[in-house]
Write a protein that binds this ligand. Sequence first.
Ligand code: NAP
Length: 257
Amino acid sequence: MSKMNTEKIAVVTGGSRGIGKGISKVFASQGYKVVVLARDAAHGKVVVTELRKEGGDVIFISCDVSQEESVKKSMQEIVNIYGRIDVLCANAGIFPQQSLDTMDGSQWDHVMATNLKSLFLTVKYASVPMRKQKWGRIIVTSSITGPITGYAGWTHYAASKAGQLGFIKTASLELAKDNITVNAVLPGNIITEGLEELGSDYLAEMAATIPMKRLGAPEDIGNAALFFASEAASYITGQHLVVDGGQVLPESLEAML
Ligand code: NAP
C-alpha cells in the first residue's frame, strides 16, 4: 500500500499489544511516526522491532496512563523529540472481570483510573502542543460494552467506557476552536493475543454470533482510527463509530440468518 502521510506524529497509548498494536501498525504503514506508550518495556521493544522491520518509524516510551506525572513527562518527552503531537490514540485499557458482590472500591478505582482518568490526563497533556499547532486529532478506543450493551461482571468497565463518550462530547467542544477533533471507535469482539489463548473452539463460537461471521482484527480498529485522523474526517467531532461486524444489530437470535 502506498503511504499517505509523512511527517505526522501519532501517539498510541497501549500500543504494545492487542488493538493498540494494530493501531500502531496501521499508522506506521501509512507513514506516521508512531510513539507507543505502555508500561512494560519488554513488550514495547517487541512491537518496535516488529514494526521497524516492516519499515515503520516507531519508538516506545514507558508510561503509566493512570498517573499524571508519568503522562505529563511522556508527552513532554515526545515534544522534546519531535516538536509536536498530531494524533493521540487513547487506547490503553483494562477489563478485569469482577461481579458487583465481590468488587471493592479499590478495584473500581483501578479500572476508572486506567480507562477513564487516563483519557482526561492524556488528552490534557497531548492537547498542549496540538493547541499551539492549531491542529490535532484525538481518537479514543471505547467499546460496545457500556455505551450500547451490558455484560455481567463488567460494571466498572462498562461505566468507564460509557464515561469516555460523555468526556469526548465536552472535550470536543473545548478543543474545536483550535482545530482539534475528538472522536471514538467502539470495537466489538476483536482478536487479541489474550483472546487467542482461549482456543479455536471458543473463537469459532464467538464468531458464529456475529453477523459477519468473524471476529474483528486489531487493524479493523486501526483503520477506523486512521479515518478519524485523516483530512476526510476534518469536520467530524464528538462522534463515535461502532466497528463490530454487525454484532449489536440483531434484536433476537431469529434476526440472524
Ligand atoms: P490488551 O491486549 O490487554 O492491551 C492493553 C494495552 O494497554 C497494553 O499495551 C498495555 O500495556 C496497555 N496498558 C494497560 N494498562 C496501562 C497503563 N496503566 N498505562 C499504560 N498502558 C497500559 O487490550 P486490548 O484488548 O487490545 O484493549 C485495548 C483497548 O480496546 C481497551 O481500551 C479496551 O477496553 C478496548 N476494547 C477491546 C476489545 C477487545 O475485543 N479486545 C473490545 C472493545 C474494546 P502494559 O500492560 O505494558 O502497560
